[in-house]
Design a protein around this ligand. Structure first.
Ligand SMILES: NC(=O)c1ccc[n+]([C@@H]2O[C@H](COP(=O)([O-])OP(=O)(O)OC[C@H]3O[C@@H](n4cnc5c(N)ncnc54)[C@H](O)[C@@H]3O)[C@@H](O)[C@H]2O)c1
Length: 279
């Protein structure tokens, strides 16, 4: 999709971080916006920051884990804006703790948002994107969809799942001659709220030898890219119809590491986290 001007873009998780930055970036490129989030406060702040710059704007509180809510929102977007060209399945949460300590409910919670949220958004919007004549699905995975880290099993599982789903989706669309395309995004560390908003099990503090907020703060030190830059890279990736978008030098390094040493990188990751714990 070379031309974004006047396109209708739907964004989940637009009340903070990358989703908010995508709203600002796409408004600047002339898109009509349908933004959603589970947080009405976050959405109000995004709306304030947009300051009337979007060509058109609708704002909806939607929990992406709720299939019928996402289906209803997709229909409403088309009712309000007459079509939908782009969906950014961006809403996400983080979970930290050892496999031994995390409950199966913790895994259901994170998969419900990070994986099922992406499936719900993709399936709800796909017929509308097809009907628009030119559509694009953008699913946000992570570098943690390329390589794993200790204490992140739930997040890793959800982001690997998003990657597999999206890479297969892209091939489905090509095979069937669709007018819709798909991109999987793998951000490195982006300066957002994600670590502070994470669900953190007590096993994290035990493994890291410090309170969980201090461990989250240490983790945030590896966040090197601004949300605005991330949004710009994502939008350029859509314009160039890239299958896979990596964001930041850390993402490029991790991608190479995972491919060159698919078993060996794990020792390195454990070492990095051990070092962080010793600080
Ligand atoms: N920040 C990073 O370093 C990083 C790296 C790789 C991938 N990501 C991914 O980027 C995406 C955006 O995260 P972010 O970093 O901007 O984090 P963030 O916490 O700043 O924003 C996430 C947004 O998602 C919303 N959200 C949470 N649960 C929801 C639900 N059930 N339904 C709808 N909205 C919900 C939150 O309210 C919040 O506004 C996520 O999928 C995340 O996993 C982030």
């Amino acid at each position: 999709m070379q031309q974004l001007d006047d396109k209708v873009a739907a964004i989940t998780g637009a009340g903070s971080g990358i989703g908010r930055a995508l709203a600002l970036e796409l408004a600047g490129r002339g898109c009509r916006l349908a933004i959603s989030d589970v947080s009405s406060e976050g959405l109000a702040e995004t709306e304030r920051l947009l300051g009337g710059r979007a060509r058109a704007l609708t704002v909806s509180v939607v929990d992406v884990a709720d299939e019928s809510a996402v289906l209803g929102w997709a229909d409403q977007v088309v009712a309000d804006h007459a079509r939908a060209n782009l969906v950014f399945n961006n809403a996400g949460v983080a979970l930290s703790g050892t496999v031994a300590a995390l409950s199966t409910d913790d895994y259901r919670w994170i998969m419900g948002i990070n994986f099922w949220g992406v499936v719900h958004g993709t399936k709800a919007f796909l017929p509308h994107l097809e009907a628009s004549g030119e559509g694009h699905v953008v699913n946000i995975s992570s570098v943690f969809g390329l390589t794993a880290q200790p204490l992140m099993s739930g997040y890793n599982a959800s982001k690997y799942a998003v990657r597999g789903f999206t890479e297969s989706l892209r091939q489905d669309l090509e095979l069937t001659g669709s007018r819709v395309s798909a991109t999987c995004v793998h951000p490195g560390g982006i300066k957002t709220n994600i670590a502070r908003a994470a669900r953190t099990d007590a096993s994290t503090a035990a493994a890291m030898g410090k309170p969980s907020d201090a461990a989250a703060h240490d983790f945030e030190k590896s966040f090197i890219t601004s949300p605005a830059k991330a949004a710009e890279v994502i939008v350029e990736g859509v314009r160039k119809d890239k299958r896979r978008v990596l964001i930041g030098p850390d993402a490029r390094l991790i991608d190479v590491m995972g491919r060159v040493a698919p078993a060996g990188y794990q020792r390195l990751m454990t070492g990095v986290v051990r070092k962080r714990a010793a600080r």
